[in-house]
Design a protein around this ligand. Structure first.
Ligand SMILES: *Cc1c(COP(=O)(O)O)cnc(C)c1O
Length: 496
């Protein structure tokens, strides 16, 4: 048996808890994020894993980090998550186009990569509640830049013992993203638009989470909060699996030799997806460079350039809204690790971020970031990438994936690095239909997004995903919009 992995807060190492407890809590009471006390190594060789399907690879990865779940419990969670909700048996298929491998993470129920983690989180969470004799109803509080919200709603809708409340920036998501959320069924679901941006939503949710008075009040009423955001370690762990899986597919298909390095490019917002790749590397997957791709909200690019994280800048609304973020929560976990698992230092930086809005890491910490490469793509570059790759190869990608693809091209141009490369493809082009059609030079302002989806289907020869057709005429069930200062009240109203 491998050594048990315990979790503690990035801001105070006192009090280690088990994986299931960390998943239940979501965020530590000191505002920190739960991190593993050590990163276990894969037990099976990548060659052995290459013989397995997605579910089995996921099991091999997740059992190493979620050590207090029994084999039976984990297998139950995995088999119920990665099933026919996905429109392909492979779960995470890979497509080769223009010299790179696109790992398509958008074949789940809501056609974005968030499904990879959020189709399993409700199972991990309810199993954790059972294991820990939790009697309270669990209230999932989630801030979304568009994709997490729907994926979390789809995962938790009508799950007994849970309720879910989602806050999204009223003017910061695509029409299809909004329609997906406001038509959500389920008696335990609540969707609220806020007058504010994603950072406001995320900050508001963290504040509600860490309010001890509120927690007491709710406990008396039989409720406790948890999170479906990537601050929850139960989101991150399942995401590690697809990087392991991607490597094993390349191996199986003879695209790489044993132990050959690959690079990974990730279109980044909250830094969850790329952190999962970093953990995969730490567990033994031969990943050389972790290429972090940003849109015009390039706070991470600047951070990797200079070592200073500075959120004091204008928030830009782009055509890749799920990456419109200035406070990348999961970077905190990386900061903690490169500080030598030093919670005191991390807490200091995060206090600076909350105060002055910026912090600068030491030279020693920067020296531990050499595996990362930061890049960004402008709107023009993003659109040009969609058009060029489609015209050259027939491969169609969404705006987020195009940010990554564009950054990858610039990286190759700059470095000449020929390492086999996997680009995380995070959303279906049909989720961002208008932008994709504009990029192809086929936009039409007189048409709505659904009419454009029809045309995109004709142009691309790709069928419109069920996730889009099913919401087209669905009843709008959620209409509440509140100011960002009224989030707590909205939560209490829903629970009353
Ligand atoms: C959430 C999301 C991202 C950003 O992922 P992070 O884990 O927040 O960095 C990128 N693309 C799409 C389509 C997303 O939904």
């Amino acid at each position: 048996m491998a050594k048990e992995v315990l979790y503690s807060s990035t801001r105070g190492a006192k009090g280690q808890i088990k994986a299931s407890e960390a998943i239940l809590k979501g965020l530590a009471t000191d505002g920190g994020l739960y991190v593993p006390d050590h990163i276990p190594q894969l037990e099976k060789s990548l060659r052995e894993l290459a013989q397995m399907g997605y579910q089995d690879v996921a099991f091999e990865v997740m059992k190493l980090l979620l050590t207090d779940y029994t084999e039976e419990e984990l297998k139950y969670c995995i088999s119920h998550a990665y099933d026919s909700k996905f429109d392909t048996e492979e779960i995470a298929p890979m497509a080769e186009a223009d010299g790179a491998y696109y790992l398509e993470l958008y074949h789940g129920a809501t056609i974005a990569f968030k499904d990879m983690a959020l189709s399993i989180l409700p199972y991990l969470m309810t199993t954790a509640a059972r294991k820990n004799n939790v009697k309270n109803e669990i209230v999932i509080l989630t801030a979304t830049s568009g994709d997490t919200g729907k994926a979390a709603l789809a995962g938790f809708a009508d799950v007994p013992g849970t309720r879910i409340i989602v806050f999204y920036p009223k003017h910061g998501v695509s029409p299809i993203q909004e329609q997906q959320m406001v038509t959500q069924k389920g008696d335990n679901t609540c969707v609220i638009g806020i007058e504010g941006n994603f950072d406001d939503a995320q900050t508001g949710v963290k504040k509600i989470f860490t309010d001890p008075e509120l927690a007491k009040e709710l406990d008396a009423k039989g409720f406790q909060f948890s999170s479906a955001n990537s601050i929850n370690i139960g989101r991150l762990v399942p995401q590690i699996a697809y990087y392991v899986f991607a490597y094993t597919r390349l191996l199986k298909e003879g695209r790489i030799a044993d132990n050959e390095d690959i690079n990974v490019v990730v279109p980044t917002g909250n830094f969850g997806n790329i952190l999962a790749a970093y953990y995969a590397k730490s567990m033994g997957v031969p990943i050389a460079k972790l290429i972090c791709a940003s849109n015009s909200n390039k706070v991470l690019f600047d951070f990797f350039q200079t070592g200073e994280y500075d959120r004091n800048r204008d928030f830009v609304l782009t055509s890749s809204p799920s990456m419109d973020i200035l406070i990348s929560s999961n970077l905190e976990r990386l900061i903690y690790h490169i500080a030598g698992n030093n919670a005191e230092k991390d807490a200091e930086y995060m206090a600076q971020l909350a105060g002055a809005g910026k912090y600068e890491i030491t030279e020693e910490m920067r020296s531990k970031l050499t595996d990362f490469f930061g890049g960004y793509a402008t709107e023009e570059e993003t659109f040009a990438t969609i058009k060029n790759v489609f015209e050259k190869t027939g491969y169609l990608m969404d705006t987020h994936t195009a940010v990554a693809s564009s950054v990858y091209s610039k990286y190759v141009e700059k470095t000449g690095d020929k390492t086999v490369t996997v680009i995380a493809s995070t959303a279906s082009p049909f989720k961002f239909t208008r932008s994709v059609m504009n990029a192809l030079g086929k936009g039409d302002d007189s048409k709505d997004d659904f009419a454009l989806a029809d045309e995109l289907s004709v142009v691309s020869g790709v069928e419109i995903p069920e996730a889009v057709t099913s919401i087209r005429t669905a009843e709008i069930r959620h209409k509440t919009v509140v100011d960002k200062s009224e989030m707590q009240k909205a939560v209490l109203d829903f629970l009353a």
